[in-house]
Design a protein around this ligand. Sequence first.
Ligand SMILES: CC(C)(COP(=O)(O)OP(=O)(O)OC[C@H]1O[C@@H](n2cnc3c(N)ncnc32)[C@H](O)[C@@H]1OP(=O)(O)O)[C@@H](O)C(=O)NCCC(=O)NCCS
Length: 389
Amino acid sequence: MESKVAVVGAGQSKYGESVDKSVKELFLDAYIELINSVDNGLEPREINAVYIGSLGSGGFQLGNLSALMAEYVGLPGVHAVRIENACSSSGFAFIEACLAIMSGMYDVVIAGGVEKMRDVSSLKAKYWLGVSGDTEYERLAGMTFAGLYAIMANRHMHDYGTTREQLSMVAVKNHKNAFLNPKAQFQNKITLEKAMNSPMVAYPLNLFDCCPTTDGASAVLLCKAEIAKKFTDSPVYVAGFGTGTDYLALHDRETITSLKAAVLAAREAYKKAGIKPKDVDVAEVHDCFTIAEIIAYEDLGFCERGEGGKFIEEGLSSMEGEIPVNLSGGLKAKGHPIGATGTGQVYEIFNQLRKTVQKPARQVKDAEIGLTHNVGGSGGTAAVTVFKV
Ligand SMILES: CC(C)(COP(=O)(O)OP(=O)(O)OC[C@H]1O[C@@H](n2cnc3c(N)ncnc32)[C@H](O)[C@@H]1OP(=O)(O)O)[C@@H](O)C(=O)NCCC(=O)NCCS
């Protein structure tokens, strides 16, 4: 696919617990960084449309969220749409923004996301998150998201011999990466021993196998590829993207050791980009639980099916490895503000490919092709995008 869309700016709020900031203020933080990142300048009136991913911000702002965000950052009047696809909301908002540009309708578009999860009690957050699975069959039967991924982890361990240590290795790697990310929720390194011995949440997943609940926002600026150089001398181009869906309830799926939606999305994205999995230099993948990152290595073709455990154990996804994965700290340690996660991943890849990450120690060397993998719920939806410089 010839690149028709470029990313020319990106911003992200600090992820974590923001007791002193509202949903609007978090989005404003991301927007201000986005505007400042556009090297050659951007007049806000040049922005035609805003696509915002959000699950529902803890029930605080369920309606008209996109117009509210647009209004608050000084863009009343633009075409504004909220996209809700659970945890992949802004991965899909990004793709909708690409489609709007590719259709010829708009030239300059913002895709972003926002979520405020820490205002509600832990119990309410779990209840609210649970409705992104098949509510009738799963949540109403008492299932949580950690419980769903625990079922997948058990099966993966049974079928392929994936070990508890390998799960914890994902957490250790991602905390190590987040230690170098000033915007991450957890900026602490952890030992394998600490990760292995943390309190059990849903066997075999313990506290350090889970992403936290997070407040945060992210936003990226896209434009028609032909006009990208007007905004910056170093645009990042969208080389290809793909999406997929699957049955929401685990019991309806062909397999629970792979996310079919992600496999479909990756296949389409690679085909459009004209690349093979091994061409990817750096990736941000959806590690809502450690097993999800191991399955992502396999679904994305970074390794053979069943070899994900070995992939982390051999250090192939570390900063120095074959394909560095989640240099931001991933959902596990950078945090997972549901609706903001997809464009938060794009923010990281944009900066990795342009060599503008805040801390040089976190900068991957010589990366030309980046990938984002954003999954909704327990795999009901998935969006994969390939970027190139
Ligand atoms: C893991 C989880 C169950 C912990 O919930 P909780 O016990 O209510 O956690 P709290 O926010 O009250 O934090 C309790 C402590 O654990 C720590 N903590 C919370 N989540 C953590 C995580 N994922 N990793 C490491 N530490 C964590 C907190 O920092 C806090 O530490 P402190 O007491 O030293 O301050 C919860 O974060 C969760 O449900 N995560 C998954 C979210 C999810 O499903 N997202 C959608 C994915 S598809």
